[in-house]
Design a binder for this molecule. Sequence first.
Ligand code: NDP
Ligand code: DXP
Ligand code: MN
Length: 380
Amino acid sequence: MTTLTVLGSTGSIGRQTLDVVRHIEGELKIHALVAAKSVELMEKQARLFRPAVVVMMDEDSALELRGRLRDLPIKVDQGMEGIINSVIAPQVDTVVTALSGRIGLEPTLAAIEAGKAIALANKETLVAGGDLVMSTARKMKCPILPVDSEHSAIFQCLEENPDTVEKIILTASGGPFFGWTREELATVTLEKALCHPNWDMGAKITIDSATMMNKGLEVIEAHYLFNMDYDAIEVLIHPQSVVHSMVEYRDGSVLAQLGRADMRLPIQYALSYPTRWRNSFERLDLRGKTLSFHEPDMKAFPALNMAYSVGRRGGTLPAVMNAANEIAVSAFLHKKVTYLGIHDIVEKVCLEHQVLDNMDLGSILDADSWARRRATELIS
Ligand SMILES: NC(=O)C1=CN([C@@H]2O[C@H](COP(=O)(O)OP(=O)(O)OC[C@H]3O[C@@H](n4cnc5c(N)ncnc54)[C@H](OP(=O)(O)O)[C@@H]3O)[C@@H](O)[C@H]2O)C=CC1
Ligand SMILES: CC(=O)[C@@H](O)[C@H](O)COP(=O)(O)O
Ligand SMILES: [Mn+2]
């Protein structure tokens, strides 16, 4: 039996993780559930899964939840201290990191330092602190098991023979605006950007998919997870999202992982690894399906190119790009900037940043705070 803390249990990945826990009987147990403010859903989850601890980042939400759960022997904690205690508790084996954004960095590091396995969905953590997270994980001999669908696919294909890999090929759906020109993209509305063609996800990652920043973040995520040079990471548009990614070996052979657009599969694999559990989820049916692949349009979607350059430069720059993007996407979600404005803001902040190569947690958090302040100034 594996005992979990689920960071972000009320979000898209968190809810699907709990669905896996319910479906796979006798394998998984919950120690703690963590969210920010979704009190009502957290109460339901707590009543269903009976964790020892629930944590709300927001103090008022924790207070309200404490009242709602007073009939149950569940500790309701709050804030970053509460989150960190929920991941380092001795009974926890694996932490599912499904908070949205860089806020996940500190609890992920704390979990690694405490020797926990990480089922990593929260890509912003790796973009902001990739060197630090991976070196700490190596030191602690902590497995980082990818949940992101592309990285889970690559992880599954790499099991074959990791030493003879020539390149990895990340597939991208292209988002709702695949095939649009830069001029057409000037007319994008929030409502259209929130309609991903294949995946039902949280708002922030859905907008990242629409700008293709999601793929940029995933290129950097792949660089750290698989220790691959940026030249050996390729992106291919695949509008059907059936092939989740591929690995090309030095003899020209290409291995791919296929599946339905259902995050429960990569979540389950991260939790069952190195074995596979039987499940009753709907299966992929390829009959009548056409699979197509296209070159990404870097002119229409400049975020992808920017992420390659930022990743190659390294130091504090990826943390800065990520933080500026979080602020710009949030402003877009509140209709304070346009779709094209997101890229302009992120690019400006990156260009202004004086990169540091000293990558301790303090430098990363300082760079992150600076970028958030600067992006906010540019927006207002
Ligand atoms: N959704 C998907 O299919 C995929 C997601 N990912 C990655 O997984 C991560 C989560 O994505 P997703 O589930 O879509 O996001 P959601 O927005 O759906 O959920 C985010 C979760 O994090 C919690 N949260 C947000 N901010 C804070 C905070 N400051 N403190 C504590 N909790 C917080 C939210 O709580 P509350 O509900 O209270 O706000 C919620 O539980 C992201 O990094 C994303 O890139 C990767 C691949 C696929
Ligand atoms: C489900 C998942 O892993 C997302 O990251 C998804 O890949 C987003 O789709 P895009 O390929 O459009 O970015
Ligand atoms: Mn992905």
